[in-house]
Design a protein around this ligand. Structure first.
Ligand SMILES: Nc1ncnc2c1ncn2[C@@H]1O[C@H](COP(=O)(O)OP(=O)(O)OP(=O)(O)O)[C@@H](O)[C@H]1O
Ligand SMILES: [Mg+2]
Length: 348
């Protein structure tokens, strides 16, 4: 099932939660809606689910308009942030519940629910109550319940936010496996850029109800169209230097200063120690196993960069940091990317 969203807007009184957005998701793709709290991710998902009716615009599933169709008739599976399992029911009963609502016979219900539990690898826990499960196991029940009716579309709203860091990684790999095994078109809401980067075929970055950029993960990382995307994607965060306030006068980077350009940004892995560049003093050295993350300061501005493990540096050492021209991203005063004709996908 493909999904197309056409000029969709949702308002709550005077708040425009989603502002005239357009996108298309191909059959079998996993697309993330990524952005900070309040940017309109859940509202978009609720419109896809039919829980909210948009103020204006249309939603199409396989070219069929579904904008005003009720949630039950859309054949979607949804996992909410808090899972919302029924505490008094067993795991099996929880997963059977959507089938019951649709009048599937008891035997068939049980068979399909067990199949879904097998897919998420917790069939052996079918008789337990949700309170007797770990967070990750509860998460698997919620996924089994969402897919048991073989929906055309799977909608996941921050499904991993209640889990600890390690389990989040395991469960996102599991979601990806299940999604690919079923070939199910999936919309995954998250505010965690790393999660979106690792799980998605494509990412839609939102801010204030608008889509800022839309593309495959590596393109967003290498070719951000704005300061917002450059800052939001990547950890540690991209380094920013203001040219207008003379921060980089007397460095090789002063050459970028012109009418249009206000600031430059350089990813931590693109800075290197050289005999010229931005003068800085090392303040922190963090061994990361495979390489070393170094924090240095230049005029109170913190700069993060990587060196190879065997590159010996010391705290309080004075260094120069340089970068190749093609790794310097330029931005204007409004935070828009300047210079490169970066590739961003059209919004259909
Ligand atoms: N039912 C509602 N009534 C009024 N305002 C709402 C309602 N739901 C959402 N909003 C507002 O719409 C905007 C977008 O909210 P939404 O829940 O879509 O954000 P989000 O991106 O999912 O954020 P989070 O990451 O915190 O879940 C916010 O300003 C929010 O306060
Ligand atoms: Mg939300």
């Amino acid at each position: 099932m493909s999904i197309r969203i056409d000029h969709l807007t949702m308002k709550f009184d005077d708040v425009t939660a989603v502002n005239n957005i357009n996108f298309k998701i191909e059959t079998g793709e996993l697309v993330s809606l990524l952005g900070p709290s309040g940017c309109g991710k859940s509202t978009t998902l609720f419109m896809l689910a039919g829980i909210h009716t948009p103020h204006s615009g249309e939603i199409y599933f396989n070219d069929k308009k579904v904008t005003k169709i009720t949630p039950e008739k859309r054949n979607i599976g949804m996992v909410f942030q808090n899972y919302a399992l029924y505490p008094h029911m067993t795991v099996l009963q929880n997963v059977m519940f959507p089938l019951k609502m649709h009048g599937v016979k008891r035997r068939e219900r049980q068979k399909q629910a067990m199949e879904a539990l097998e897919l998420v690898e917790i069939a052996h826990l079918s008789k337990r109550k949700p309170s007797q499960l770990s967070g990750g196991q509860q998460q698997r029940v919620a996924i089994a319940r969402a897919i048991v009716r073989k929906p055309d579309v799977l909608l996941l709203d921050e499904p991993l936010s209640n889990l600890d860091a390690k389990l989040r990684v395991t469960m996102r790999e599991e979601i990806r496996r299940i999604q690919q095994e079923l070939g199910i078109t999936t919309v995954f809401v998250t505010h965690d850029q790393e999660e979106a980067m690792s799980i998605s075929d494509r990412i839609i970055v939102m801010e204030n109800g608008n889509i800022i950029q839309h593309g495959i993960p590596n393109n967003l990382y290498d070719h951000p169209n704005s300061e917002f995307v450059a800052d939001f994607i990547g950890a540690p965060q991209i380094n920013t230097f203001n040219l207008k306030n003379s921060e980089l006068d007397d460095t090789p980077f002063a050459k970028y200063l012109n009418q249009e350009i206000e600031s430059i940004k350089i990813r931590p892995e693109h800075l290197y120690v050289d005999d010229k560049g931005i003068p800085a003093v090392i303040t922190i050295i963090e061994q990361k196993g495979k390489d070393t993350l170094v924090v240095a300061e230049h005029n109170e501005r913190k700069i993060r960069f990587y060196v190879e493990k065997d590159h010996i540096l010391e705290v309080e050492q004075n260094i120069y940091l340089n970068a190749r021209d093609e790794h310097v991203l330029l931005f204007d005063a409004r935070g828009k990317r300047v210079g490169e004709a970066y590739e961003t996908e059209k919004s259909y």
